[in-house]
Structure formats: structure tokens, C-alpha cells
Design a protein around this ligand. Structure first.
Ligand SMILES: NC(=O)c1ccc[n+]([C@@H]2O[C@H](COP(=O)([O-])OP(=O)(O)OC[C@H]3O[C@@H](n4cnc5c(N)ncnc54)[C@H](O)[C@@H]3O)[C@@H](O)[C@H]2O)c1
Ligand SMILES: CC(C)[C@H](C(=O)O)[C@@H](O)C(=O)O
Ligand SMILES: [Mg+2]
Length: 369
């Protein structure tokens, strides 16, 4: 199979984790006889420095000419004082909007070998397996006006939480579709006791639920949801929620698994061109030290192989290799005991090698079948 993959490493640890992921994808291409062409694009702070904009036109073109996109992370203190339009994060937000990547899937599944790495007790996190379906192109992130104003003669500020009804409907449909292939339970998270947008969200959720009689719908207020994620995370199957609620809840949920450096994500559009990115950011506090955990990005690449290219066996090979390497005790600094950490590159090598082992086993099985 021949595929073109746009690579947008971005800033900080984005570059480090994408580098390692590309090595693994190259190994997959070799083992399974595929051709992956990688096209690099600038985004975020780097793009501001080199092109004067966080999302250059050529980056959009590279993405549109590709079959899938992998992004590292954007942002960093160097650009924190920039005006809003010249912040690295604007590049990512503009790309999500431009490509209509409205459905952000963030799976939260604990690893058997990392049950003791969660700050939560083992019996609460063992067996956790849910997906946050975060609306990604609307809500508080994109509503206008969003500006400083003078209101009733006072200096003031306004952000707008705006949704068109169809935007709420399509993300709920995505969540119900996913749930219908899983344990058939949707928790729709909102703030309907305060926000009108949440009341419409609930109405639409009920309408969509009526089309999926096998799937149960539960409404949960976001403050309660934040608590329930810690109290009993196993109750969740699919959580669907507004853009900003989803952003916050997914970082919180990462600690069920033990580290933000483990959480992968897929940002899907109805056009079929999807973007895959770790949930974490550019982590300026650890950038450039070769200590970041690349697993979130590696697993995002596995999601890409499955979701965009239909390469189930290849996706599983990566997931299995990650499991094997964790089972063997390899840990980056975010998960390791003092003095026992392996580097970003080392764990990437281990995963690459484990891939080879698994494929060697597959070859042997093929030879004898
Ligand atoms: N999708 C994105 O590109 C994205 C996401 C979140 C934040 N950001 C940006 O990143 C910058 C830093 O933001 P932040 O510090 O609030 O969030 P962050 O996710 O970058 O980091 C939060 C904490 O988690 C740790 N961490 C994150 N990823 C890790 C990994 N792979 N391995 C080990 N540890 C990891 C960091 O060291 C830090 O202590 C900001 O400019 C922010 O806007 C970008
Ligand atoms: C960088 C930022 C704009 C982004 C978001 O808030 O969506 C990030 O936190 C994420 O979760 O992908
Ligand atoms: Mg976030």
C-alpha cells in the first residue's frame, strides 16, 4: 500500500516524539511491505519564526495533498506574549477548523503493566476502557466575539460559546456510532443547570439517542463528571462533550493511565482526511532533553493506520509492541522510578525492535500455516 503522510512536528517535545514515531512507521512499512511517503510541514512557533504565521498556506496544502496527518505539539514560552493571532496554538486551531476535524477521539485505557503508575488505587483503574469524544471545531474555542470590549462603560472581556445545531448533532452521532460498537453506553457531559448551549445539547442528545435504541444515554453535569472520573472511572464507556470540557476532562483522565504521555488521539473529519496527535502539549519543561514519553504519539500513529488506512494488523503490531516494551519494564521519566528511566529514543528503539519480534513470529506462523 502506498500512502502519503503529512508530518507536523511543531514545537518542544513535538519534534522528539514525532521523530521516534516516524522511525516506527518506517519499520512498519518495511515489515509489511508498504510505501509511506512523509511530507514535513511547519506549524506553531517554528512556523511563526520562519514564515511569520502559525499556519502557513503551504502547510495546509501539504496536509490536503496527504492521506493522513500526524502532529506533535505546538506552543512554548517563547511565543506566550505574542498577540493572539500570532500564538502557536492558533495554528493548530486554524488547521482543525480548515480541515473540519470536528470529532476528537481520546481513548483512555489502562495498561496492565502500569496499574501501579496511576495516582489512583489499582482496583479503581484496573480495566478502565473508555473514549472521550470531544467536539473540536466549535464552542468556546471558536465563537465570536472573543475580545476585550468596553461594556457598560467598564473595561470588559467577552468569549462566546457558539454552536450550530448540526455541529452538536454530528458529534453526538459520532459518539453513538462509537458506543454502538462498544459497551453501548453514552455519557453526555454538559452544564445544563447553567448554560443554554448545554440545554440545547441535551435536547439534541435525546433526539439522537432515539435513533440508537440499543445504546443508553446518560446526562452528567461537567463538575460531577470531573469527580466521577476519579471516583469510579470504570463506569464510563463513551463520554461526549463540548470542546473545552473535553480538553479539560481528557487531561484529567490521563492520570487514570499514569501519564499524559500515554494518551493518543484522532481528530476526524467527514472528508476522510484525519489528523492524529497526542493529547499532551509541547512540554517546555522537558523539551530538548530526550526524556519525553513518545508512546502517545506512537499510539496515535497506530490509530492512523487503523482509521485512515484500514491497516488493522499493522496497528495491532504497534500496540502489541508498546505493551511488550512496557511489560518488559521500560519506562520513560514520567513513569520511571528515580534513576531507572530510559530515554525517548531508547524506548522508541525498544518498540521498534519489539515490532520486529512480533512480525518475525507472524512470519514463522505464516511459514507453518
Ligand atoms: N495539542 C497541542 O499541541 C497542545 C496540547 C496542550 C498544550 N499545548 C501547548 O503546550 C505548551 C505547554 O503546555 P502545558 O505545560 O500546559 O501542557 P503539556 O501537555 O505540554 O505539559 C503538561 C505536563 O505534562 C508533562 N508532559 C506532557 N507530555 C509529556 C510526555 N509526552 N512525556 C512526559 N511528560 C509529558 C509536561 O512535562 C508537563 O509537566 C503550551 O504552549 C500549550 O499551549 C499544546
Ligand atoms: C493547544 C491547545 C489549543 C489544544 C486545545 O486546547 O485544544 C490542546 O490543549 C489540546 O488538547 O489539543
Ligand atoms: Mg488540551
Amino acid at each position: 500500500m502506498k500512502k502519503t503522510i503529512a508530518l507536523l512536528p511543531g514545537d518542544g517535545i513535538g519534534k522528539e516524539v514525532v521523530d521516534v514515531t516516524v522511525d516506527i512507521l518506517k519499520a512498519i512499512a518495511e515489515h509489511f511491505h508498504h510505501q509511506f511517503q512523509f511530507n514535513y510541514g511547519l506549524i506553531g512557533g517554528d512556523a511563526i519564526d520562519q514564515k511569520g504565521t502559525p499556519l502557513p498556506e503551504e502547510t495546509i496544502a501539504i496536509c490536503k495533498d496527504s492521506d493522513a496527518i500526524i502532529l506533535g505539539a505546538v506552543g512554548g514560552p517563547k511565543w506566550d506574549q505574542n498577540p493572539m493571532e500570532l500564538r502557536p496554538e492558533r495554528g493548530l486551531l486554524a488547521l482543525r477548523k480548515e480541515l473540519d476535524l470536528f470529532a476528537n477521539l481520546r481513548p483512555i485505557k489502562t495498561f496492565e503493566s502500569l496499574l501501579d503508575s496511576s495516582p489512583l488505587k489499582k482496583e479503581y483503574v484496573d480495566g478502565v476502557d473508555f473514549v472521550i469524544v470531544r467536539e473540536l471545531t466549535g464552542g468556546l474555542y471558536f465563537g465570536k466575539p472573543s475580545e476585550r470590549i468596553v461594556h457598560e462603560g467598564e473595561d470588559a472581556v467577552v468569549d462566546t460559546l457558539l454552536y450550530k445545531r448540526y455541529e452538536i448533532e454530528r458529534i453526538l452521532v459520532s459518539a453513538f456510532e462509537i458506543a454502538s460498537k462498544r459497551r453501548k453506553h453514552v455519557t453526555s457531559v454538559d452544564k445544563a443547570n447553567v448554560l443554554e448551549s448545554s440545554r440545547v445539547w441535551r435536547e439534541v442528545a435525546e433526539e439522537v439517542a432515539a435513533r440508537y435504541p440499543d445504546v443508553t444515554l446518560e446526562h452528567m453535569l461537567v463538575d460531577n463528571a470531573a469527580m466521577q472520573l476519579i471516583r469510579s472511572p470504570k463506569q464510563f464507556d463513551v463520554i461526549v462533550t463540548e470542546n473545552m470540557f473535553g480538553d479539560i476532562l481528557s487531561d484529567e483522565a490521563s492520570m487514570i493511565t499514569g501519564s499524559l504521555g500515554l494518551l493518543s488521539s484522532a481528530s476526524l473529519s467527514s472528508s476522510g482526511l484525519h489528523l492524529f496527535e497526542p493529547v499532551h502539549g509541547s512540554a517546555p519543561d522537558i523539551a530538548g532533553k530526550n526524556i519525553a514519553n513518545p508512546i502517545a504519539t506512537i499510539l496515535s500513529a497506530a490509530m492512523m493506520l487503523r482509521q485512515s488506512f484500514g491497516l488493522e494488523e499493522e496497528a495491532k503490531a504497534i500496540e502489541k509492541a508498546v505493551d511488550n516494551v512496557l511489560n518488559a519494564g521500560n519506562r520513560t521519566a514520567d513513569l520511571a522510578e528515580d534513576g531507572k528511566a530510559v530515554s525517548t529514543k531508547q524506548i522508541g528503539e525498544e518498540i521498534k525492535n519489539a515490532l520486529g519480534d512480533d512480525h518475525a513470529i507472524l512470519n514463522i506462523m505464516e511459514a507453518y500455516s
